[in-house]
Design a protein around this ligand. Structure first.
Ligand SMILES: *[C@@H]1O[C@H](CO)[C@@H](O)[C@H](O)[C@H]1NC(C)=O
Ligand SMILES: *[C@@H]1O[C@H](CO)[C@@H](O)[C@H](O)[C@H]1NC(C)=O
Ligand SMILES: *[C@@H]1O[C@H](CO)[C@@H](O)[C@H](O)[C@H]1NC(C)=O
Ligand SMILES: *[C@@H]1O[C@H](CO)[C@@H](O)[C@H](O)[C@H]1NC(C)=O
Ligand SMILES: *[C@H]1O[C@@H](CO)[C@H](O)[C@@H](O)[C@@H]1NC(C)=O
Length: 587
């Protein structure tokens, strides 16, 4: 039963001391954080969880608030996911490390929280961190603790019992913190250690997010250790950029120049590029650059095609933050986890009893053009595909639309390929929008008539189309090239007016002059629309809360508001089954 508090009671008893500290936090407030703090809502959980728009197949606990994915790892036949979790309410606060295990990254069983405040070095919070698998298959977690002085410090934790494949219990040695904020560092901007990589010069290396106040410079501070216990800060950061503000949840890893295979985080050498990702607190989005890691200098330099600021590349141009990758040694791939928050109001979140999900884990690899990464839902996701419909060679005429019938589309997976026979009607691109897709799509909605496009999907639509979320492409001319935009327009997603409905958009780096076609895959899960354009080149996630288009009343349409006909050469849609989602708790 989702509606009961009982499931947590043995754990509550076990950590009564911790609960006592939580009530201290609740009354006093507040730990400095990048989250808005709603003090009165932090500990108020309703007696039942409102299932109406609740996601079914995206990762989430039975109830309450979650944010960042933490320490993903594989150990003795199980994938582990930890996550920032409020056990008492559905706004941010009282943060512990929730913990779940899976054999396929899709079906999950819950464990009791792995790391929670209990020592002077983390008594005011256990914030984000990462796992590293040390030689001999020994996992170690490094995380940010909030200490008795409310400073951010980095702590280490080890499994209590390496024979336990569930890694239920974690030990935090008394020599913590292993990385305190030294003089000169702002102890409110010092968090989120990464997975460490082994530098051939003989040391473990990792980075920590930081900001230098003088020039608002975001930084990836570099730390080294020979034994993983004693850590020393290097003089220079791995990388930094002025005016970028606090870098949260950095991630740093190698990608192969060719092919989809992932690499262990310690792989260094001629056949790889490196990815540096940071979550910018200023904008609340995740950005990455591709570049070169010099392991002698311990420096990273972005390549000249990667913009090193918040006009740069994003994993996802929508609601996606605090992401983290890990290397999967079973299927030899790198997997990306990212968090999506709600767009509803904190009061409503609190009344519903749930807030936040992790998006479908994505396999991530380098495009052969070397300029960007590609992402695709892990193959295991396809095991949830159920009832299927398909459409082939159907015209989406200029100004027209058709409904995709015979499946219930509120929880669905839709793959569609559009053929664009003629690009002549493409309008000239207004160059003032170069680098700013989102501003463009904010002005030019799904209803703005165009030359080639907008064409795409209306999802979570009411039968009369009063409610609908549009995911679409629009194509322009820029000299003798084409500019392709992908947009997610939720402005008509619900009749409710109190909801945050940002339009999201990204450019799609495709050459339409050769193959005049473009594909879209969209995962729909009641209040989530997660889309992958052009086989994973541009991804956009959005949270929407229809008032009418719920359950069986949610419809799916293909539309074309351009002046040029397009053809749906292929469309496949599946209903998606609900996996096991943390209902069962293993103590
Ligand atoms: C360690 O875990 C194994 C496997 O779950 C279990 O059999 C054993 O009793 C555990 N040891 C301790 C000391 O808890
Ligand atoms: C330290 O960082 C915090 C959080 O960004 C900021 O509010 C504070 O002003 C900074 N302290 C100094 C001395 O600049
Ligand atoms: C980027 O660097 C490559 C060599 O790595 C060079 O061929 C290319 O001209 C450079 N592009 C720009 C825009 O500087
Ligand atoms: C990012 O850098 C590029 C190239 O230097 C520049 O054209 C662009 O304006 C910058 N964007 C922001 C938001 O600073
Ligand atoms: C998610 O919530 C919206 C408001 O509903 C905020 O505007 C975003 O900043 C927030 N995103 C993150 C990553 O916290």
């Amino acid at each position: 039963m989702e509606t009961s508090n009982r499931v947590f009671s043995p754990w509550f008893l076990a950590i009564a001391v911790y609960a006592c500290f939580c009530s201290m936090i609740r009354e006093r407030i507040a730990v400095e954080s990048s989250h808005v703090v709603y003090e009165t809502l932090q500990g108020s959980s309703p007696s039942s969880v409102d299932p109406t728009l609740r996601t079914g197949y995206h990762f989430r606990p039975p109830r309450n608030w979650i944010n960042d994915p933490n320490g993903p790892l594989y150990y003795k036949d199980f994938y582990h996911l930890f996550y920032q979790y409020n056990p008492y309410g559905s706004v941010w606060g009282n943060i512990v490390w929730g913990h779940s295990i899976s054999t396929d990254l899709i079906n999950w069983k819950a464990l009791t929280p792995a790391i929670y405040p209990s020592k002077p070095f983390d008594i005011f919070g256990c914030w984000s961190g990462s796992a590293t698998i040390l030689p001999g298959d020994k996992p170690a977690i490094l995380y940010t603790g909030i200490d008795t002085q409310k400073r951010q410090v980095q702590n280490i934790a080890f499994p209590a019992n390496l024979s336990d494949p569930y890694l239920r219990e974690w030990v935090k040695p008394d020599y913590n913190p292993v990385m305190p904020p030294e003089t000169g560092l702002n102890s409110s901007s010092f968090r989120d250690p990464t997975t460490a990589w082994y530098n051939p010069n003989g040391h473990w290396t990792l980075i920590i997010g930081n900001k230098r106040d003088a020039d608002n410079r975001g930084m990836a501070l570099l730390y080294r250790s020979k034994d993983f216990v004693k850590w020393v800060r290097a003089k220079h950061p791995l990388h930094s950029a002025k005016n970028s503000g606090m870098w949260e949840c950095p991630d740093f890893y190698p990608v192969a120049l060719r092919g989809k295979l992932g690499l262990d985080t310690s792989v260094i050498g001629a056949g790889v590029k490196h990815v540096l990702k940071m979550s910018l607190d200023l904008t609340r989005y995740d950005y990455y650059t591709l570049g070169k890691y010099d392991d002698n200098l311990d420096k990273y330099v972005p390549q000249n095609t990667s913009l090193d600021n918040h006009s740069g590349l994003r994993y996802d141009y929508g609601n996606f933050y605090a992401s983290k990758t890990f290397y999967d040694p079973v299927k030899l791939r790198r997997i990306l986890w990212g968090w999506a928050n709600e767009s509803d109001t904190p009061k409503v979140d609190s009344d519903k009893g749930w807030a936040g999900i992790q998006l479908i884990p994505r396999t991530i690899w380098l495009h052969r053009n070397g300029r960007q990464l590609l992402q695709w839902p892990i193959e295991e996701f396809d095991t949830l595909r159920h009832k299927h419909v398909s459409v082939a060679n159907k015209l989406a005429p200029a100004g027209g639309l058709f409904e995709v019938k015979d499946i219930q589309s509120n929880q669905a997976d839709v793959e569609i390929t559009f053929d664009i026979p003629n690009l002549d009607k493409a309008e000239d691109f207004d160059r003032s929008y170069i680098g700013n897709a989102q501003a463009f799509c904010g002005k030019n909605t799904a209803e703005t008539k165009g030359g080639v496009g907008p064409f795409g999907l209306y999802v979570l639509a009411s039968s009369d189309l009063e409610e609908r979320t549009a995911v679409f492409f629009k194509i322009f001319k820029n000299g003798n090239k084409h500019v392709v935009l992908m947009c997610n327009d939720p402005t008509r997603s619900t009749k409710r007016e109190d909801i945050y409905k940002p339009t999201f958009a990204g450019f799609v780096d495709v050459d339409l002059s050769k193959a005049k076609r473009i594909s879209l895959r969209t995962l729909i899960d009641n209040s989530v629309v997660e889309s992958f354009g052009a086989r994973g080149k541009t991804c956009i996630t959005s949270r929407v809360y229809p008032a009418v288009a719920i359950g069986k009343d949610a419809h799916l349409f293909v539309f074309n508001n351009g002046a040029e006909d397009v053809k749906v050469s292929e469309l496949n849609a599946w209903e998606i089954r609900k996996p096991e989602m943390n209902q069962e708790i293993i103590y």
